[in-house]
Design a protein around this ligand. Structure first.
Ligand code: PLP
Length: 512
């Protein structure tokens, strides 16, 4: 029998490793069934044009790992008792990936990455998953009307390539909106339309990140950003956050190319960066020569006080790349976001965008431009902001009702809060598992799409709860159920005090 194996003499992977991987793949994919005899080592070596030793050593390793067995007089054959790990990894025989895996030359993929948690994979009755708009909030009627109108006047717009940076009308509508809303002063040429924040981060990485360059992030921070920079083989430099935002004094004075921050509502802790910290951060960027990415993902929702001017609006040295998204205010599946770039990055970004995808699809841009330009977007924001405020109030009231003095951060803005658990409660991850078994989703930092680099002061005793996608009835019922679970699993009397609370101590008055 000849095995369908192709070895690549010029690949970086040694021949023995290639052979091992391919035989293992044949076993796992079911193409070599348990009990099937393998060719004699000399025959396989002849077939593949390799030394017999290479085959013998490969067989030895496959025997050691349990994929093969051997018996005198029978020879070497596929193991009749595949080890547990094999069975878990086994794919359906008709799955295309298994086929592809067997035939492709096993060059190592240049891409290595992990994907951020975007949805809770296990549906729960009361799921406080983060950052989801109300499922009924999308302005479907207006969208329908504006889409029809755009289609009626589309002309050649579907058939021509267009400006890669995006539709001018949308870029103008965005800067007109950001001026009063975020204190940003920019011209439409500085805006590039991208596929959500993630598209913006990719474009920035394409421009500024190369292997081993140093990218600083908040610790903890948003997984989508950290994983992306990691996939570009940047060296990540986690910098702690406190109640005023990233601790600027802990940033290196030089050698950092890029810093990623969420100043309006630190993800996931919810801290708002103070003005003093903002100014010091900009000063650091000027001195060190680093660019700052300001991810302003949920700044449309501010419930107390005025929003602070965005870093971009305070920047006098063209150091800030502002990143905005419609994922929170409209819906994540729109995949619409934008960058506001320092002038020197505009042309490179336009070119990179053309190389990546030649620009964002026209229709959604046209509809969004009209939606903002007509004033409907502002009305929509006011409406959902009010709904989210009521939901937030309901969540906080219910937590306070059950647990007394709760310590919360991030409640003045956004779509989620961070709850710092008293010491008498189970730790965050354990609590998450306990309540999930009762149909309630609350999340430890790591599970809630945050990247916790470890050593973070908040890791063990902070849970995050999104409130924007649950109506008040569900919020109440979910927290009531959570309270029942905690009552059965806590180690101290019913009402905790702030003193029984958190590490590190939070200095501002965060009790409700
Ligand atoms: C910090 C942060 N930035 C950005 C986003 C939005 O990403 P996108 O615009 O790619 O949907 C999220 C979503 O959860 C987020 O938490």
């Amino acid at each position: 029998m000849q095995l369908p194996i192709v070895l690549c003499q010029t690949a970086r992977q040694p021949l023995q490793r290639q052979l091992f991987d391919q035989i293992r793949e044949l076993v796992l994919s079911g193409r070599l069934k348990p009990g099937t005899p393998l060719p004699a080592s000399r025959a396989l070596a002849d077939q593949l044009g390799v030394s017999r030793n290479t085959v013998l050593l490969t067989y030895e390793q496959l025997l050691a790992e349990g994929y093969l067995q051997t018996r005198q007089a029978v020879g070497t054959y596929v193991s009749l008792e595949l080890p547990e790990g094999c069975l878990a990894a086994r794919r359906a025989p008709d799955e295309p990936a298994a086929e592809a895996g067997v035939h492709t030359c096993p060059h190592p993929l240049p891409f290595k990455g992990r994907s951020q948690a975007l949805v809770n994979p296990h549906p729960l009755a009361y799921d406080f998953w983060l950052g989801r708009p109300d499922p009924h909030s999308f302005p479907i009627k207006a969208w329908h009307r504006l889409t029809n109108r755009a289609l009626a006047s589309a002309g050649t717009r579907f058939t021509e390539y267009r400006e890669p940076a995006g539709l001018f009308e949308l870029r103008k509508a965005i800067v007109d909106h950001l001026g009063p809303a975020r204190g940003i002063s920019a011209s439409p040429d500085q805006v590039v339309i991208v596929a959500g924040s993630q598209g913006g981060l990719n474009l920035i990485a394409r421009l500024l990140v190369r292997e081993d360059c140093r990218v600083a992030t908040e610790n903890p921070c948003y997984q989508g950003a950290a994983f992306l920079f990691e996939s570009h083989r940047a060296e990540l430099l986690p910098v702690p956050v406190d109640e005023d935002g990233i601790v600027v004094d802990l940033l290196p004075r030089s050698g950092v190319q890029l810093l990623y921050v969420t100043p309006s509502h630190q993800y996931p802790m919810g801290f708002m960066m103070s003005l003093e910290r903002r100014l010091r951060l900009l000063d650091w960027a000027r001195r060190s020569g680093a660019y700052i990415i300001e991810d302003d993902y949920d700044s449309d929702f501010r419930y107390r006080g005025s929003p602070l001017t965005a870093l971009q609006g305070l920047d006098r040295h063209d150091s800030v790349i502002y990143l905005g998204t419609f994922s929170k205010s409209m819906g994540a599946a729109l995949r619409l976001g934008y960058l506001v770039l320092p002038r020197q990055l505009v042309e490179p970004a336009r070119t990179a965008k053309a190389l990546i995808d030649n620009g964002h699809p026209w229709l959604d841009q046209a509809v969004m431009a009209e939606y903002i330009g007509s004033g409907a977007y502002d009305t929509h924001l006011r409406r959902i902001r009010q709904i989210y405020r009521e939901r937030r109030d309901c969540l906080l009231e219910r937590l306070q009702h059950h647990f007394g003095e709760v310590v919360i951060t991030g409640q003045d803005a956004g779509m989620h809060v961070a709850w710092h658990l008293p010491r008498s409660f189970p730790q965050a991850r354990a609590l998450q598992d306990l309540v999930a078994a009762k149909g309630v989703g609350i999340y430890s930092l790591q599970s809630g799409a945050a990247y916790d680099f470890g050593g973070c002061a908040y890791s063990e005793r902070t849970v995050v709860l999104g409130f924007s996608s649950l109506d008040e009835r569900h919020i109440r019922a979910g927290i009531d159920r959570l309270a029942e679970v905690i009552a059965r699993n806590r180690s101290a009397p019913a009402h905790a005090t702030a003193a029984d609370s958190v590490h590190p101590p939070l200095t501002t008055n965060l009790t409700l």
